[in-house]
Design a protein around this ligand. Structure first.
Ligand code: UDX
Length: 430
């Protein structure tokens, strides 16, 4: 099939590369010339395991362009532009989606299928459908559920695919089945529904996951006040198959380019619909999440007292491992708050130093744990990279005089660190 992918950010670049790898002829379109230059040269503009391999060995079916007119050669058009938080508000800014549709309309042919993948407020597809249909094309809403760090495998083998189609639009269902034939052959569940349900599936899934994380972080607050251990609690309740252990890791909470802005945009949309109270709990989810960042800062202060002239090593900057993304990263925010309290902060991360330096030049950056902890008074582990989990406490003790370690992700062996002479403090752990 001939496919265009409008918007080559995180989602679009991965989607374009995976679609080409699946045998389709793909043009990725983005107005950012530098991004298009990099992708055309086979280089990924961001860190994502597996993507460089797909781009470096293009099967001759993948190209990139800054010219939306190049979409005219395709018959299936994916909209994969961002929907960030509006400046000064919490709603989603859908102007990039509107601009993509505006740009695409003159190049659509009768029978084309436009496939929305961006995360949008419910009702957006309904609004766009009439315009797309006026060009003789059809609109499908086909949300993505990819996780950073797993984006390639999540695109190739998602947990499910969801098609939101206009009533009776069997033709588009057939087109998308052909697009995703490789994945569907694996027996991946396929759900066909209406536009609004498809839009909601995405935002509901993300809200549920965020709620799960904040639930266990609320338990961490209770555990801190009562001397209980939240990791043991999570293990115990997680054995109940109705609850499940995944996304019950307490710590400094969720961040990134999706989850925080998605739950805020969902609340804003509910308020527009006169249903603010239905999602009022998501405000609590957000507040609990943000409190945990401060808790990590408070633990450092409890251990060290005033932070002026203190040196703190922060291990981790990305919002999660296997990513160089620092958007709304709890790790980077903690580093900045410690700095704002007068500490000298030296941070390290296997992948995210370059992106972090751009948004937080006030932090000092070091390559490697050994350099970061040198001269430190305390160590904060803020992203659970495997290389931090694997640190040998006795070895770290030789690199630094610091004897305080704050485990912001509850990812270290508390006893091993204590045995090496550290005061170990986890979140929600006694
Ligand atoms: C998320 C959704 O998982 C994905 O389906 C959607 O398409 C986009 O948003 P992503 O932002 O890549 O994906 O990260 P995810 O792995 O979900 O983690 C989100 C945040 O939650 C990270 O900051 C992570 O550290 C944190 N987290 C996750 C916890 O604090 N505890 C957990 O138990 C799990």
């Amino acid at each position: 099939m001939r496919i265009s992918v409008i918007g080559c950010g995180y989602l679009g670049a991965v989607h374009a590369a995976c679609m080409a790898d699946a045998g389709h002829e793909v043009v990725g379109i983005d107005r950012d010339e530098e991004k298009v230059r990099m992708l055309s040269a086979g280089r990924a503009p961001f860190f994502e395991p597996g993507l460089p391999e797909l781009l470096a060995h293009p099967p001759g079916r993948l190209r990139f362009s800054t010219d939306i007119a190049d979409a005219a050669s395709a018959s299936v058009h994916f909209i994969t532009v961002g929907t960030p938080q509006v400046a000064g508000g919490t709603a989603a800014d859908v102007s990039f989606v509107d601009a993509a549709v505006d740009g695409l309309l003159p190049h659509l042919s009768a029978g084309d299928v436009v496939v929305g993948k961006s995360t949008v407020p419910v009702g957006t597809a309904g609004r766009l459908a009439a315009r797309i249909e006026s060009a003789g094309a059809r609109l499908v809403w086909n949300p993505e559920f990819l996780r950073e760090g797993r984006a390639v495998s999540d695109t190739v083998a998602p947990d499910r695919v969801v098609y939101g189609v206009a009533e009776g639009d069997e033709t588009s269902v057939g087109v998308l089945d052909a697009v995703y034939a490789r994945s569907l052959e694996r027996g991946i569940p396929r759900i066909v529904t209406d536009h609004a349900t498809a839009e909601l599936v995405k935002i509901a899934a993300n809200s549920f996951l965020a709620t799960k994380i904040s639930f266990i972080n609320a338990m961490a607050e209770i555990a801190e006040a009562t001397g209980a251990d939240v990791t043991t609690l999570a293990d115990a309740i997680g054995h109940d198959a109705r609850i499940g252990r995944r996304f019950l890791n307490a710590g400094i909470g969720f961040g990134g380019g999706c989850m925080p802005k998605d739950i805020r945009a969902f609340q804003a949309r509910a308020a527009e619909l006169g249903l603010a109270s239905s999602l009022a709990f998501l405000d609590e989810v957000d507040q609990i999440n943000l409190r945990r960042r401060q808790r990590a800062v408070d633990l450092v202060r409890e251990e060290l007292g005033p932070l002026e002239r203190r040196r703190i090593a922060v291990l981790g900057l990305a919002f999660k491992p296997d990513s160089d993304d620092v958007r709304d990263s709890p790790a980077l925010e903690i580093a900045c708050r410690l700095r704002a309290l007068g500490a000298t902060v030296t941070a390290t991360d296997p992948e995210a130093i370059t992106t972090a330096r751009r948004s937080a030049p006030e932090i000092e950056y070091a390559v490697g744990v050994r350099a970061a902890v040198h001269g430190a008074d305390a160590i904060v582990v803020a992203t659970e990279w495997p290389q931090f989990r694997a640190l040998v406490p006795a070895e770290v003790a030789r690199w630094t005089a610091a004897r305080v370690i704050i485990d912001g992700r509850n990812c270290l062996d508390a006893e091993a660190w204590r045995a090496a002479g550290f005061r170990y403090r986890g979140l929600g752990r006694s």
